[in-house]
Design a protein around this ligand. Structure first.
Ligand code: C2E
Ligand code: MG
Ligand code: MG
Length: 522
């Protein structure tokens, strides 16, 4: 039943991951599509602007040619010249000649019987040039187009000129003229658009009511264009289904893999913790003892009890691994109780000797266990040993919670035990904090021991630690002594320093430790 539930939970989690992955992929695909769409819209704008500039350039050239044609005003020769010009022009629909705002002749109507004065309100006026957008053409009634009325020459520009070449639905364009002085824009051709003059001049893409607008202005002519495309069209038309499907498939895979990996990781942790508890029941755990010696006399004055786990496959599991797992799974106290019981069973005879101490490692979790102190007292009473013969090591890292640590240390000391701050130098506590903790001793971490005699920065801290310890009257145990050079260094540092390390002996089972102890006594 429980298994079935776990399976359902796992499947649900993976499905959620897949769903999440696909959603994220879908949104990123959409964002990507929009970016591509916006880039295409901008390119379209560049085309439209280029085309508009081409028209403006042609208009300017024609105006110049007509102004300097040296032909009699509105004569047959001039009309023939204007008609030829319109015929060869790509964009001009109509040309006419005017004077003082009155039109005298046009290419379609020849010489007018009455000079024509347009009363239409121009859409834009810039200097003495007037623009008419889509007004009935003054110079050619019935025709539609844009009229540029110069003082001397009028043009009717074919609006199709824009459409034919670059019409690219669903993108649409607007052509605007702008007056340089006032920086105002005037609608000329194409679709109306909602941007303000400032927005057009800024030439930045703007989204308004789910439509993207890209304004672009010419640096040569007084022309701006605004191209536009609705967001929806941008998404639908560039919907490269295969790409989106690929992205969503990758998203689904990643989304599914992440919870799967997490589940595997945590279930591994859980199985590891379960294996460890089983190991405790099956008696796969044992205790090893490593000698602690007086650095001056080299006499063994105590031992540290270290938990060992030899699993079913006869492999030694590193304590850092299983202690960590037990701590995280919240049952470290089971190991601590086991080690305490084992110690008073195995080496109680040594502990009854004068000045011999066994150190047991504990954690803050143990101190939070309501039965810890009771179990400790019971061990001591059953073995009939002095509490002073059983010291406790608390890692510096675990003393982060000052108040709890200080209170627990004082309670242990009140019960007659000595308290060691283990792995000193690797945690967060400053040397000053050591004073507050009011422990009996510190164990200098082996990382520091290894740097003795080297240029490492940490090496320079060692004298400071020793100095502080002596001021606070703390006993010092140096961990990880592997060479005579290190013994020499710490012996010379003065004070009664103790040492522990492979140079004096590795952690070994109780029987072996006792043999070593007896040999050393002889
Ligand atoms: P620790 O309390 O600092 O124990 C000293 C560690 O240094 C031991 O590792 C020991 O084998 C190793 N060591 C001793 N001398 C030398 C040396 O000269 N050179 C080097 N490189 N290493 C040396 P071990 O047994 O692997 O234990 C690792 C840690 O696991 C211990 O560090 C301790 O924090 C924890 N631990 C071990 N047993 C227990 C236990 O019963 N309860 C708790 N709470 N923690 C334990
Ligand atoms: Mg220790
Ligand atoms: Mg240590």
């Amino acid at each position: 039943m429980a298994k079935q539930r776990t399976f359902v939970e796992t499947a649900l989690l993976i499905l959620c991951g897949i769903g999440l992955g696909m959603t994220v992929a879908w949104f990123t695909a959409q964002a990507f599509q929009l970016r591509v769409g916006q880039e295409e819209l901008r390119r379209y704008g560049v085309h439209v602007l280029g085309n508009a500039e081409g028209i403006a350039k042609e208009a300017r050239a024609i105006a110049e040619a007509v102004d300097t044609d040296n032909l009699p005003f509105c004569s047959d020769q001039e009309l023939a010249f204007l008609r030829r010009t319109v015929f060869y022009s790509l964009n001009m629909k109509e040309l006419g000649r005017s004077k003082d705002g009155k039109l005298y002749c046009t290419t379609s109507q020849g010489r007018l019987a009455e000079p024509f004065q347009s009363h239409a309100v121009p859409d834009a006026v810039d200097g003495n040039v007037r623009f008419y957008a889509f007004t009935p053409l003054a110079i050619a009634p019935g025709a539609a187009g844009m009229v540029i009325a110069n003082p001397d020459v009028s043009f009717a520009i074919n609006p199709e000129a824009f459409k034919d070449r670059y019409d690219s639905p669903p993108m649409i364009y607007t052509v605007l003229f702008y007056a340089r002085d006032s920086r105002r824009t005037f609608y000329a051709l194409g679709h109306r658009q909602p941007l303000t003059d400032e927005e057009v001049m800024a030439q930045q893409m703007v989204e308004r009511s789910s439509v993207f607008y890209q304004p672009l202005c010419s640096s040569t002519y007084r022309i701006c264009v605004v191209v536009a495309e609705p967001r929806a069209a941008m998404l639908v038309l560039r919907n490269h289904k295969s790409q989106i499907a690929l992205r969503m498939a990758i998203g689904a895979m990643l989304g599914g893999l992440i919870p799967l990996t997490l589940i595997l990781f945590f279930s591994r942790q859980r199985t590891f913790a379960r294996q460890l508890r089983r190991a405790l029941r099956r008696g796969e755990l044992s205790v090893a003892y490593q000698p602690i010696v007086d650095l001056d006399t080299r006499a063994i004055v105590g031992a540290e009890a270290l938990a060992r786990w030899t699993n079913g496959a006869n492999e030694d599991v590193p304590p850092t691994l299983f202690i960590d797992a037990a701590e995280r799974s919240g049952f470290i106290y089971e190991i601590t109780r086991f080690v305490l019981s084992r110690v008073v069973e195995e080496v109680d005879d040594l502990m009854r000797r004068d000045h011999f101490r066994v150190n047991v490692n504990i954690t803050m979790q143990d101190l939070g266990d309501p039965n810890f102190f009771a179990h400790l007292r019971q061990c001591i009473e059953t073995a009939r040993i002095d509490p002073g013969a059983l010291s406790l090591e608390l890692t510096e890292r675990s003393t982060g919670d000052r108040d709890t640590a200080t209170e627990a240390i004082s309670r242990l000391r009140a019960s007659g035990h000595k308290v060691y701050i283990d792995d000193f130098g690797t945690g967060y506590s400053s040397l000053a904090y050591l004073h507050e903790l009011a422990a009996d001793a510190i164990k200098i971490d082996r990382a520091f021991t290894a740097t003795v005699g080297t240029q490492a920065v940490t090496a320079s801290v060692v004298p400071q630690i020793l100095d502080m310890a002596s001021q606070l009257e703390l006993e010092v145990v140096v961990e990880g002594i592997e060479s005579e050079r290190q013994v020499e260094y710490f012996s010379e540092a003065g004070g009664a320093i103790l040492g522990q390390g492979w140079l004096f002996g590795e952690p070994v089972p109780a029987m072996q430790f006792k043999r070593q102890f007896r040999t050393a006594l002889q």
